[in-house]
Each structure stands twice: as structure tokens, then as C-alpha cells.
Design a binder for this molecule. Structure first.
Ligand SMILES: *Cc1c(COP(=O)(O)O)cnc(C)c1O
Length: 226
């Protein structure tokens, strides 16, 4: 299948122009070709998200160096080595073990990586992430003890549902957790600033709840072929 380069460029420009200036657009390019990433890049897009380690490494190795690669999938320990050389931010920290292993690998290879702690509030059991309480405890336990990793915020997803009420409640729970950390353990820390929430179908609601970064795939690149 050939890539619809003009369509991708038009949708990047269109979505970017409608976001408030304090909201960053992270383009979710998982399962799409390097050509698709290149089209978005040519339209000015610089933040791209991938969910599989080998796919991120493959694309990062052949695409421009000024791309900020974000990892958003469940990261297994044996794949850390693939992601650390390229990742600007790992958004999907769901355990202390993973966080410390990334810090160790970054330190071993002289890298510095930003991370977001992933919270789980959605109804689906299948989704990864920490409960608000687990996330807060992880932030407290690791505070001040990481050398090559900076915790820059949190990432979360709302329940996949048509109920706006449920989506609003989920985003509100994520926003409230972010606020509690920002005024608690992270108080006075300007690095802690990213509230990553909102996808193609719900990003308008996420922005209304204070999102500072939306992760959009389908509305830019079209449906994924898994
Ligand atoms: C795939 C994915 C997205 C993008 O979803 P779309 O509905 O295609 O916009 C956002 N965030 C995460 C964590 C994802 O896995």
C-alpha cells in the first residue's frame, strides 16, 4: 500500500493548528511505515510515539536525528537495551523494577532519558499501568535516587467507551493525581510538567481536563493494519 503523504501532512497541520499552544502533539506512528513518519516530519511534526521496541529502533535508525521518539507500549526488561539508545521519553513506566533498570542502562551507556509514570484508571483490566496509590508510592520511593532518568510527568488513558461521563471521570482522576504530585512530592520541580492524556477519539475532552500532551495515531495516519 502506498502512503497517503498529502493526507498525513494535511491532517498534521489541521490538528496542530487547533490545539491550544500549551498542548503538545505526539504523533502515534506505531504500525505505520517510515514513509508515513517522514510525511508527518515534513509537515513539521517532531514528536513520534512507538509501542514496540524493535520498531522504534528500526525507525529511529533511519529517520532524522531531531525527532523526539517516545515509547508508549509495555516495555519488557529484555527490550530496554533497544529503546534506551533512541528514546527521548519513555511514557509507560509501570513498575519500580522497570524504572530502575532503565536508569541503570541509561547510566551504563551515558544517556539521559525522560520518563512518565503510567496510571491505570480505565475500566479495561487489560490495560497496563499503576493505580493512583501505587504510582504515588513509586514516585515517593524513587524520589532523588535516579541519576540518568528524569520523571517529567504522568501518562494515562480513559476507558474505551461512548460514555462521555465515564471518559470525563477518568480524565479527572488522572488530572487530580497529577495535581497532587505537582503540589506534593514534586512541588517546586519544574521538570515535572507533562500530563499525557487524550487519543484520537477523546483528545478534546482530555484537553478540557488539563492535558499538556495528546497522543494521536488514527486521526493522522489512518487505521492501523496489525
Ligand atoms: C495506540 C495508542 C495511542 C493512539 O491511539 P489512536 O486512537 O490511534 O489515536 C495513544 N496512546 C497509546 C498508549 C496507544 O497505545
Amino acid at each position: 500500500m502506498t502512503t497517503d503523504q498529502d493526507g498525513i501532512k494535511a491532517r498534521i497541520k489541521n490538528i496542530s493548528s487547533t490545539l491550544p499552544e500549551w498542548v503538545e502533539l505526539a504523533a502515534v506512528s506505531k504500525f505505520h511505515s517510515p514513509d508515513a513518519v517522514r510525511a508527518a516530519y515534513d509537515a513539521g511534526q517532531r514528536i513520534f510515539c512507538e509501542s514496540r521496541a524493535a520498531e522504534l529502533a528500526m525507525k529511529a535508525a533511519q529517520l532524522p536525528d531531531d525527532i523526539q521518539w517516545h515509547f508508549i507500549g509495555h516495555l519488557q526488561s529484555n527490550k530496554i537495551k533497544l529503546v534506551v539508545p533512541y528514546a527521548h521519553t519513555i511514557q509507560s513506566i509501570d513498575s519500580e523494577k522497570l524504572l530502575r533498570a532503565i536508569d541503570a542502562e541509561a547510566s551504563r551507556t551515558g544517556r539521559h532519558i525522560n520518563v512518565l509514570l503510567q496510571v491505570h484508571v480505565a475500566a479495561e483490566e487489560s490495560k497496563y499501568g499503576l493505580t493512583p496509590r501505587e504510582l504515588t508510592e513509586l514516585a515517593e520511593r524513587t524520589h532523588g535516587s535516579l541519576t540518568n532518568v528524569t520523571v517529567t510527568g504522568i501518562m494515562g488513558m480513559a476507558t474505551n467507551t461512548d460514555s462521555e461521563q465515564r471518559i470525563n471521570a477518568d480524565f479527572e482522576a488522572i488530572r487530580s493525581l497529577f495535581h497532587n504530585l505537582k503540589t506534593g512530592i514534586m512541588a517546586g520541580n519544574p521538570d515535572f510538567r507533562v500530563l499525557s492524556m487524550g487519543m484520537s477519539h477523546d483528545y478534546h475532552l482530555a484537553i478540557a481536563h488539563g492535558s499538556t500532551m495528546v497522543r494521536i495515531g488514527t486521526s493522522i495516519f489512518g487505521e492501523r493494519e496489525y
